[in-house]
Write a protein that binds this ligand. Structure first.
Ligand code: AMP
Ligand code: MG
Length: 371
């Protein structure tokens, strides 16, 4: 358990060294542990192919079953390529990405990078546009999560929030345009740098593509892909046992608080206040921002959403959006949509909303959160 955790942690440190530290969490480790426990529980002698690689700015692990081991290994390799390709165009933090090129000139109408429309469609379909905003890059940059750890002035936040609201999708091509370009000068003398950021959804999108690639290979009968913060499952393991995904304590990531069990296809994502964060004056400033204020969303330490009907993209969008909405609205959403929800609030209290019985997804609480 600790070995898994340590490996993921080191990989995160390396990823951070290369550039952006947007990282997945020890949920990755927890997932790995869970996958391991699941494998041990079964009595089939078919060993899965398990591959962990640095990808998507974190460590991604694929566990895949199939009769022809060499063919499964090849399919897993191909799935990694597909995932990297899916996330690359919409990585705002890679200076060479299509999205970075778009963001370099946000005053001009431009075609959207591949994958962007899919994310925006999901936000609309899931009806969470009030809480999930792809336009918060300028606000995010004010905090300097990877560099300066700055608490922005209220006036700066107001400008950033206003900039986020000026992006519009236009026409069939889905081009984006900024409709009220303003050469806004911030109080600090810096220039506001408006832009789009799909960091709240890109991993989920990539995991979906990876899962499709495994499915289409024709040689993988069952698989789990985890990026730490998001996990997708495909099919049923040869021994019939469930896929287990463990949820870590946001204040002690070596501890497992809850566990989700998928019988077949499903998806799960966790968003937390303990990644990309810093403290000033005893207050935690973290990366999940309330689009109406530009301030870190308050009320929760972590939120996990899971469902057998969800895609990885859906779950990733939802974990971010529901974290912003808070426990009460998130519970109502989960209940209405037949999803499972697990939250740890700022006081260290946990709440579990189970999925409907016979949905192929169950969840259980294993320990109480750190107070
Ligand atoms: P996640 O870990 O999936 O919740 O994604 C968090 C990331 O999404 C942040 O690091 C930002 O890049 C971006 N983000 C922050 N706040 C929001 C928001 N309200 N809506 C959409 N994306 C956001
Ligand atoms: Mg997300």
């Amino acid at each position: 358990m600790n070995a898994q955790a340590t490996r993921a942690g080191n990989a995160r440190a390396r990823a951070r060294g290369r550039g952006r530290a947007r990282l997945a969490t020890a949920v990755a480790c927890a997932t790995a542990i869970a996958a391991l426990l699941g494998a041990l529980a079964g009595c089939s002698n078919q060993e899965p192919v398990v591959v962990s690689r640095e990808a998507l700015g974190t460590v991604v692990q694929v566990t895949a079953y199939g009769e022809d081991r060499a063919a499964v290994e090849k399919a897993v390799d191909a799935a990694f390529d597909v995932m990297v390709e899916a996330a690359a165009p919409i990585d705002a933090y890679d200076p060479g990405s299509d999205l970075a090129a778009f963001n370099a000139d946000p005053y001009r109408k431009q075609p959207m990078p591949a994958g962007a429309a899919e994310v925006l469609d999901a936000v609309e379909r899931l009806d969470v546009g009030d809480a999930f905003s792809a336009g918060l890059l300028a606000v995010s940059r004010l905090y300097g999560f990877e560099s300066t750890h700055t608490v922005p002035a209220a006036s700066e936040l107001a400008l950033g929030v206003a900039a986020a609201g000026t992006f519009r999708r236009e026409g069939d091509s889905g081009s984006f345009v900024r409709i009220t370009p303003a050469d806004a000068r911030l109080e600090s003398g810096g220039e506001l740098a408006p832009g789009l950021d799909f960091g709240g959804a890109a991993k989920g999108l990539a995991l979906d593509r990876g899962r499709e690639s495994l499915r289409a290979s024709g040689v993988v009968t069952a698989a789990l892909i985890s990026s730490g913060s998001s996990t997708v499952t495909l099919g049923t393991k040869p021994d019939g046992s469930v896929w287990r995904v463990a949820i870590e304590d946001p204040r002690d990531t070596d501890r497992v608080l809850a566990s989700f069990a998928f019988e077949g296809d499903g998806a799960l994502s966790t968003s937390g206040d303990y990644q990309r964060c810093f403290e000033v004056g005893g207050k935690r400033y973290h990366h999940i921002l309330d689009p109406t204020t530009g301030l870190p969303a308050r009320g929760l330490r972590s939120l996990t959403i899971a469902g057998t009907s969800l895609s990885g993209l859906d779950s990733d969008v939802l974990s971010t959006a529901l974290f912003v909405r808070g426990a009460e609205r998130a519970s109502a959403y989960a209940e209405a949509k037949g999803l499972s929800l697990y939250v740890v609030n700022s006081e260290g209290q946990a709440l579990l909303v189970p999925a409907p019985e016979a949905s192929g997804l169950s969840a259980s609480e294993e320990a109480k959160p750190t107070p």
